[in-house]
Design a protein around this ligand. Structure first.
Ligand code: PLP
Length: 361
């Protein structure tokens, strides 16, 4: 018997999030390059911390995330009192949406933006306003032109997923400076660590009280399975978000491992430099085969083929070789394949399959 219990408006419009595939029929070993995971795993210091925390499983964790926030603050030079931690940055993005938007409000996203943003808008019954990009890059003027007096939140990921394109700080600053001070700009820095010298928007947060930066331990730190992310904003914004955060949202294990990970700067630097080298290697190989590929600033490349059919055929050829990448038709990129930068052997395998398909080798 069907229930007569009805959900809040918007919820039934949500199409469930599709995560990167991880299995192939008939293959016991797969090379998973569909979820932007770190090919090197995670820091040994994080592993040691994880094992230590097993002794505390019977204890409730601390509720204020103090030690982790202070570690993040020290490493990144930020005020620990203006940091909030969540179950992945996804949870921080959810707090932001729940706290600052509701029915009748508008949330601006962009043409090829991260697929969580429309899900969050619908979750709170707000209206999603999708703004065009320019050649797969976020278009600051188009966003500014789309702002109305109903706009509450703007979501931009920078570097962007799945395009890998990047807005330099002066462009993001122009966006922040052009907004009414009642509109919250969310600068999603899930891939910040892959950009040499980038602060993820921290300086803009310090300059503009209506900018929030989100960050994650899922990408360069290789801790997607542990679910930890954080945000940095003006004190009053963080105060609002803390009111809707469950007091025990993060376990001691999550916090202790994240703290060890953020302090292991050498691991992050190794991952950043290897990623940059192999990402450019893969992109150049694609360009030489006549496969279009924008410069990426993240840990993946977006290869663009001649047609959706060719993208599907290359995807099939990769799968036949045990390699899983991400189709991105749902991101309005039907000719694209988003391919995580793996280790060197992984990159060579991908290049070999694509080259063979293209008949270049
Ligand atoms: C991966 C990703 C995230 C966050 O993931 P969490 O695992 O929830 O921290 C956020 N934004 C973008 C654009 C991402 O690609």
């Amino acid at each position: 018997m069907a229930s007569k219990i009805t959900p809040q408006p918007g919820i039934m419009d949500i199409a469930l999030y599709v995560s990167g595939e991880s299995k192939l029929e008939g293959k016991s070993e797969v090379l998973k390059l569909s979820s932007n995971e770190n090919p090197y795993g995670f820091s040994d210091k994080a592993r040691e911390a994880y094992l230590r925390t097993v002794h505390n499983l019977h204890r409730y964790p601390n509720t204020d995330h103090g030690p982790l926030r202070r570690a993040i603050g020290e490493v990144h030079g930020l005020d620990a009192d203006r940091i909030i931690c969540g179950v992945g940055s996804d949870e921080v993005l959810q707090f932001i949406t729940q706290a600052f938007a509701g029915p009748g409000d508008e949330i601006i996203t962009t043409e090829h933006g991260f697929s969580m943003y429309p899900i969050l808008a619908k979750m709170v019954g707000a209206t999603e306003v999708e703004v065009k990009e320019k050649d797969r890059r976020i278009d600051v003027d188009a966003i500014l032109a789309a702002v109305t007096d109903r706009t509450r939140i703007i979501f931009v990921a920078n570097p962007a997923n799945p395009t890998g394109t990047y807005l330099e700080q002066d462009e993001v600053r122009r966006l922040a400076a052009g907004l009414p001070d009642t509109v919250l700009l969310v600068h999603d820095g899930a891939y910040t660590e892959f950009v040499e010298g980038a602060d993820g928007g921290a300086a803009l947060v310090d300059e503009f009280p209506n900018v929030i930066m989100t960050r994650t331990f899922s990408k360069i730190y290789g801790l997607g399975g542990l679910r930890i992310g954080w945000g940095y904003a003006a004190r009053d914004i963080i105060d609002v978000l803390n009111r809707i955060r469950q007091p025990f949202n993060l376990s001691d294990t999550q916090m202790t491992v994240a703290e060890a990970a953020v302090r292991d700067i050498a691991f992050v630097e190794k991952c950043r430099s290897d990623n940059a080298r192999l990402r450019d290697f893969m992109r150049n190989a694609f360009l030489q085969m006549g496969v279009e590929c924008d410069e990426s600033h993240a840990n993946f490349v977006l290869a663009r083929f001649a047609s959706a059919e060719e993208a599907a055929a290359v995807d099939a050829a990769l799968k036949a070789d045990g390699i899983i990448v991400r189709r991105v038709a749902g991101y309005k990129l039907p000719t694209g394949l988003r391919i995580t930068v793996g280790d060197e052997a992984a990159c060579r395998r991908v290049i070999h399959v694509v080259a063979t398909y293209k008949g270049v080798r």
